[in-house]
Design a protein around this ligand. Structure first.
Ligand code: FES
Length: 77
């Protein structure tokens, strides 16, 4: 693994996408790579969106990750 990829992986693990549930960007990416290709599927796979804000904060971030994945811009590992 190259240094840039390693840095990205560390950042993904540290960055919380769903603050209410403490779910990292790495977990979101794993779900998307595993086949969750809609907001609802990512939420079901990760538990995101079920916190006290009811997804108000994490939904736009998940949609952005899905958009990036569809455009093949997501680093897969
Ligand atoms: S940030 Fe995800 S439910 Fe609140």
């Amino acid at each position: 693994m190259e240094k840039e990829e390693l840095n990205q992986l560390v950042l993904d693990k540290l960055t919380k996408v769903c603050l209410c549930k403490g779910i990292s960007r790495a977990t979101m990416k794993k779900a998307i790579i595993g086949g969750a290709d809609t907001l609802e599927k990512v939420q079901k796979a990760t538990g995101a969106g079920s916190g006290s804000c009811h997804g108000n904060r994490c939904t736009p971030k998940i949609e952005e990750l899905l958009r990036a994945a569809k455009e093949n811009q997501m680093k897969l590992e």
